[in-house]
Design a binder for this molecule. Structure first.
Ligand code: GLN
Length: 533
């Protein structure tokens, strides 16, 4: 395609309606037609990135290959599209302002007064258009966080208004709203949607497509009414009804010709529907699996739906490709003790020891690691989880009492996990960890190598502490092998106990690169081992 086309996805009425899933679904349908597509998220908060926020604020922090700490919606984009995103795919108000202020300090604005309009809006527009032109995408889908009417999203709305004006039918706005059902009146209510569209119109934006989220079917009459009151064509009002899995949403959108409507409105040829065969095969396998596999997640954020999002999705994908129905049991590591560990973990098929920061709940992770090691339950430790497996091994196999990570106890006599050399001088918290994809060389014959079936891999990281190489020999002699090593820094990236069925800790985050059509080899192998147990 000669010119990049820009689709904006805004939301109204309520937050958490699933703009990320709708954006991903539209992208999926366009990608299936052969277009080169990417998705970008703008977050209207002041933080430079979500890396400094805790999971209670923001759910999981996702990491891109180029080391950007990002909104978890980027995980959806990658899982749906099997593409890689970068820091250009997630921009916050903080970053926009920082860039403008840096330019002002450099004198780039030649004496002008710097204002929200045009300087902030120009910076927003530059970040949207740059993504399209630099990588020659056919479609850039830009999702705006928050809901229309928020004070903080106003500059984004103004930027969309300007771009729609400048780009004509190379720009299009999809607005996602909510249609509540009033149980007492037994009625679906469209008024909030009408108000939300009015709000958007008052900012000078006429939505081209409306996606109405609802728990109930919205009949043709209701959609016709919305179309009429909102100046949107009838065929461009689609419903997004609750479905058992987010991965069904693209099919629901295709049934209502959402992609065709978008293409037509943007002056593109409209050909027959792509069959989405691999996607449908995945869903069929997911839906037909009846035999359960139970995996326990040991972590301190178990009450938060979104804190371990990518891990959950990776497990679901791997279970599906192993024809199993995934059952997750959350185990709060803060309350896990030597007395109740058997009750919590004896019956499960596999255990994931989750990533994390700080001391809270860490003793429970040691207890879980010990229990699964001694009882040969397949275990995958991720980042802090891997560190806990190593520390537990040091304490209970090597006999190093009080072994620890210096993150938890600076004065530990056995600093099995130590601060990385390059981290010692760092005082700023934001964006300063070891972040992004690094190479790792696997030992042939290891379980890790068996899973990947290749010697050189790349995985994404987010940590400050590392396995202390002084202890490597002692570990190896006692049976915990270091089977994945970074060739440049010699950092230990994977440990495993080969004599057990499947007991592996990884310093990196495999969950960030597992996608629907390309499930991650480690999760596949872990689930397989859990089944064989
Ligand atoms: N807190 C640990 C570190 O910084 C592990 C981080 C993580 O689990 N992502 O090294």
């Amino acid at each position: 395609m000669k010119e990049t086309k820009y689709i904006f996805v805004t939301g109204g009425v309520a937050s958490s309606l699933g703009k990320g899933i709708i954006s991903s679904s539209i992208a999926k349908l366009l990608q299936a037609r052969g277009y080169k597509v990417t998705i970008q998220k703008f977050d209207p908060y002041i933080n430079i990135d979500p890396g400094t926020m805790n999971p209670y604020e923001h759910g999981e922090c996702y990491v891109t290959v180029d080391g950007h700490e990002a909104d978890l919606d980027l995980g959806h984009y990658e899982r749906f599209l099997s593409i890689q995103t970068t820091k250009e795919n997630n921009i916050t108000t903080g970053r926009i302002y920082k860039s403008v202020i840096d330019k002002e300090r450099r004198g780039d604005y030649l004496g002008k007064t710097i204002q929200v309009v045009p300087h902030i809006t120009d910076e927003i527009k530059r970040n949207i258009k740059q993504l399209g032109s630099k990588y020659k995408f056919d479609f850039v889908i830009t999702e705006i966080g928050g809901t229309v009417g928020d004070i903080e999203s106003l500059p984004y709305m103004e930027s969309i208004r300007q771009l729609k004006w400048e780009l004509g039918n190379n720009a299009l706005c999809v607005h996602l709203t909510y249609v509540p059902f009033l149980a007492a009146a037994k009625e679906l209510k469209t008024k909030p949607t009408q108000h939300s569209v009015k709000e958007l119109q008052s900012l000078g934006i006429q939505p081209d497509v409306l996606v109405l989220r609802s728990e109930h079917h919205l009949d043709a009459n209701l959609r016709k009414k919305v179309a009429l009151f909102c100046n949107v064509q009838e065929e461009a009002v689609v419903q997004s009804i609750d479905v058992p899995t987010i991965y069904e949403v693209p099919l629901k959108m295709q049934e209502q010709n959402l992609d065709k409507t978008i293409l037509r409105k943007m002056g593109q040829p409209v050909e027959a529907d792509p069959d989405l065969l691999p996607w449908r095969t995945f869903l069929a396998r997911r839906n037909s699996a009846t035999e359960e596999i139970t995996i326990a997640l040991v972590g301190k954020y178990v009450e938060l739906q979104d804190a371990y999002k990518s891990i959950l999705e990776s497990l679901l994908q791997a279970a599906t490709y192993n024809d199993r129905k995934l059952k997750i049991e959350y185990v709060q590591s803060e309350t896990l003790t030597a007395d109740n560990v058997e009750e919590k973990l004896a019956h499960v098929d596999g255990v994931v020891i989750c990533p994390g920061f700080g001391a809270r709940g860490i003793e429970g992770k040691f207890i879980a690691a010990r229990y699964t090691r001694e009882n040969d339950i397949p275990t995958l430790g991720i980042c802090l989880g891997m560190q806990c497996m190593s520390i537990e091994f040091a304490r209970n196999v090597l006999g190093y009492a009080d072994a620890n990570s210096v993150e938890i106890n600076e004065k530990t006599p056995y600093n099995i996990i130590d601060i990385m050399e390059e981290q010692k001088s760092i005082t700023n918290m934001g964006g300063t960890m070891r972040l992004g994809a690094f190479e790792c060389v696997l030992t042939k014959g290891s379980k890790a190598f068996d899973a990947y079936k290749e010697e050189h891999i790349q995985e994404r990281h987010r940590h400050r502490y590392e396995f202390n190489n002084q202890y490597r020999d002692a570990f190896e002699k006692a049976g915990m092998k270091c089977v994945g090593i970074n060739p440049e820094s010699d950092l230990v990236e994977i440990v495993e106990i080969p004599t057990l069925k499947w007991y592996m800790g990884v310093q990196f985050h495999p969950e960030y690169s597992s996608t629907v059509l390309k499930p991650h080899p480690l999760f596949l192998a872990f689930i397989k081992a859990a089944i064989d147990k």
